[in-house]
Design a protein around this ligand. Structure first.
Ligand code: ADP
Length: 457
């Protein structure tokens, strides 16, 4: 016999005893009355009274239990004695167990949904009628949905792209379809998978960046091909001339000089392309490899003087007391490119000033290397684009002076790798100023460091 059956048995036994006691009391009371059948009547009345009293008590307890079951279940069950107490206790225990199990399930579901919500891809669940059952935040953003208001709306009412509607009608997709994002923003890859009973899972991925990178790659290849094709065509023409025409020695020398120019141009282009490839493929320069700024500036200055060949007034200031943490050849290339450009885009007699300065008057704000010229300048509308690969304000001037169109792209890349940035100010006809801003972490004054070391010791 189980515990509960024990309680039930005790309850029935108790009630029987109470009934018998009522009847016995009734019989006793009847025996005091001297009337025929008084004992029998007393027994019946005693039994009835006891029965009614017990029924009333049970009904009150049952009503309390029923009231508790109907009300909010977070209240404790009514505390009763005996069988009713046991019944209430067992019911409450069962209820609490169920509640805990539901809570655990709910928690699990919540974790599951928040995991899907955290996904970088959009997830949309559609029921068998194609209505939205649930969607995560990314899908809402991709398709312009309201995760609450749009629930149970037919998906095709809200996502009207014909490719999506056709895919949904077909039921599944082996290849992702490409759709414009909500309000024409970006491009989406959408995949459809059936699941459960005729339900559908819609997965979306924003491929705008990937497409942009792909377009940039295509542009880059087209630009490189274009840059190489021109000198190659010229070279082919000269080779044909040399092979077919009887030229005088002077003419031959002139043709060879022009051929040399074209090969130089191709070599410069290949060198810049290799520099860019190296910048992209190598880790960032170490932050603890310090080199004297003076050394970099001296090399850049010597190259600049040689390139200008006395046509410009070139002035260098600052940088004696500075060290920079970075890659020497990258910094040479960045600083050198600015000087080369200043010389190429400044007419003879112009001034070029290169200056190393500390920002905010000390070491805290980093440092900058600035190259200012009095050259042809750059119109405002070109400024945002001049660091793009192959972007030139004046293509023929750039090429005539040996430009590849990659110089500033290299400068920008080098600066980014050193945690810095490039700033440009320019006015057509008055000149340009290019500033390379280096962060505090990458520059220091060696003497100050030594003093600090002495103080620390
Ligand atoms: P390029 O090899 O054509 O000089 P860059 O990337 O170095 O390529 O520069 C991009 C463009 O920015 C140049 O074609 C030129 O039009 C402009 N530019 C760069 N530096 C200067 C400067 N100091 N003065 C005027 N224009 C400049």
């Amino acid at each position: 016999m189980s515990r509960f059956e024990g309680w039930l048995f005790a309850h029935v036994a108790g009630r029987t005893v109470q009934l018998a006691a009522g009847m016995a009391l009734g019989a006793l009371a009847g025996s005091t009355v001297e009337r025929p059948n008084a004992v029998l009547a007393g027994t019946v009345i005693g039994g009835l009274v006891a029965g009614a009293w017990m029924t009333l008590r049970d009904a009150r307890r049952a009503a309390r239990l029923a009231r508790w079951l109907h009300g909010p279940t977070d209240r404790p069950a009514p505390r009763e004695r005996g069988f009713w107490g046991e019944l209430a206790y067992r019911t409450e225990r069962l209820l609490r167990r169920r509640e805990r199990a539901i809570e655990v399930e709910r928690e699990r579901l919540w974790q599951f949904l928040s995991a899907i919500d955290a996904s970088p891809n959009g997830v949309l669940l559609l029921d068998a009628e194609g209505r939205i059952e649930w969607c995560n935040g990314v899908a809402a953003e991709h398709f312009g949905l309201d995760p609450e208001r749009d629930l149970l709306q037919p998906a095709t009412n809200l996502i009207r792209a014909p490719a999506f509607v056709a895919a949904l009608q077909a039921g599944s997709l082996d290849e992702p379809v490409t759709l414009p994002g909500h309000a024409g923003r970006g491009t989406l890859h959408v995949l459809l998978r059936p699941y459960g009973e005729a339900m559908q899972l819609v997965l979306s991925q924003d491929i705008t960046e990937r497409e942009r990178a792909e377009a940039m790659r295509r542009d880059f290849v087209a630009n490189v091909s274009h840059e190489i094709r021109t000198p190659l065509t010229v070279l082919a023409g000269f080779i044909e001339t040399l092979a077919q025409l009887p030229l005088s020695e002077a003419e031959r020398q002139r043709v060879l000089a022009l051929m040399q120019q074209q090969t130089d141009r191709m070599q410069a282009l290949v060198a810049d392309l290799l520099t860019l490839a190296r910048l992209e493929g190598s880790p960032r320069p170490a932050g603890d490899h310090w080199l004297p700024v003076r050394r970099v500036l001296d090399t850049v200055r010597a190259d600049a003087l040689a390139l200008s060949a006395g046509r410009h007034c070139i002035e260098f200031t600052g940088g004696d007391d500075a060290e920079v943490a970075g890659n020497e050849s990258e910094l040479l290339s960045a600083f050198g490119n600015l000087l080369t450009n200043a010389i190429r885009y400044t007419p003879e007699g112009g001034q070029i000033r290169a200056k190393w300065t500390w920002r905010d008057g000390g070491n805290g704000g980093g440092a900058q290397f600035e190259v200012a010229d009095t050259g042809i300048g750059i119109a405002r509308e070109h400024l945002p684009r001049i660091t793009e690969r192959f972007y030139r304000v004046d293509g023929s001037r750039s090429r005539e002076t040996g430009g590849t169109g990659l110089g500033l792209a290299i400068v920008k890349h080098v600066l980014q790798r050193h945690g810095g940035e490039i700033q440009v100010e320019s006015e057509p006809g008055r000149g340009s100023t290019f500033r390379l801003m280096l962060p505090a972490l990458r520059v220091r004054r060696p003497r100050r460091e030594a003093e600090r070391d002495v103080l620390a010791a």
